[in-house]
Design a binder for this molecule. Sequence first.
Ligand code: SOE
Length: 399
Amino acid sequence: MTDKDQVGFVTMAGKKAEGESPHIGVGMLGYAFMGKAHTNAYKKLPYMIYPSPAVPDLVAISGRNEASVSEAAKRYGYKKYYTDWKDMLRDDEVQLFDNGAPNILHVDPCIEAAHAGKHIICEKPLARNTKEAAQMLEAVEKAGVKAMTAFNYRFVPAIRQAYELIQSGALGEIFHFRAQYLQEWIVDPGFPMTWRFEKATAGSGALGDLGAHIIDLARFLIGEPKKVSAMTKTFIKERPLADGSGTGTVTVDDAFISLVEFENGAIGTLEASRFCPGRKNHQVLEINGSKGSLTFNLERFNELDVFWKDSQPKETQGFTNVLVSESYHPFWENWWPQGHIIGWEHTFIHEIAHLLDCIVNDKDLAPYAATFEDGYKNAVICDAILTSAEKEKQIKVKY
Ligand code: SOE
């Protein structure tokens, strides 16, 4: 028996021959946007990340509608399909549960998966609120499974590079973290009701959908927030129902803006909205420290702008645009020659490769990936932002 065999769940993984990557059976819930993005990563990973920490086997996919889920199984290459996620979680071939379902379907399936001893990757936001997130965290801690919250932007090479620079002290004392996550796709009042517009199904609106990402990046890059004060706004309160039978009431925020004070003394702003015509997937970060500044724009995925205060004569000082695509940049050892750029889909490959490595080699997901604890803390901050907006006062973040 090797050391790896002792690591509980790894014993469940298929092949163990010398020099051969173990196999891990994947069970996916949901087949829409995130189901597709994650499946794409499982398929590419074994031949792009070499040697792959593990080879994902697409065991099963689940969803309520049999016609759609069977078609998805065929299209994506899953061996089986289930119309009830509970049946999928009873399948012994499934070792890793991937939850790409709408927010309302995060809590029960993840808790059930933990009880069944499956490792988990769950889409963000981890839960609709703090209470659910706490239950999920407790379940995975008790089960001792690896549990990742899929905050994929931690796996953008330029963002990991920013993390490394900040950790090394290159930016000095951090004064500011400023982030916006702006999109345009619901500005049309004719855009129909979906689960994303109801508190009961989504938890929150732009806050949980987009804000959760920049909250996670703030915690990853800068540290823990101490206090928040915020404003939320719902611009369009009634939307047409998708079946044309009338209108439904929007019960979540369309946008939020928050001021944040961090434990380390930095201050910042966070803003998210899906009402910004012209902004497609505009996630912009700026970090200012005593020795320099960094800025990143998701729509310029491969680039990081840096300014070093004392590195040049003042006459030629300015922001430098760095193309993050060298073999020595984070994640790049597996990709193309310099300048042959990568994109959004690759964040999922990096994220899942890390998860598989942590599963088969019993490593910690933190600090590089968001755990369920990070997902829980994120939910606490989202709830603090909502409370602040509702009560019109500053709220202390208490985990
Ligand atoms: C839609 O607003 C969305 O797809 C989010 O749900 C994702 O989390 C984000 O990465 C991109 O935008």
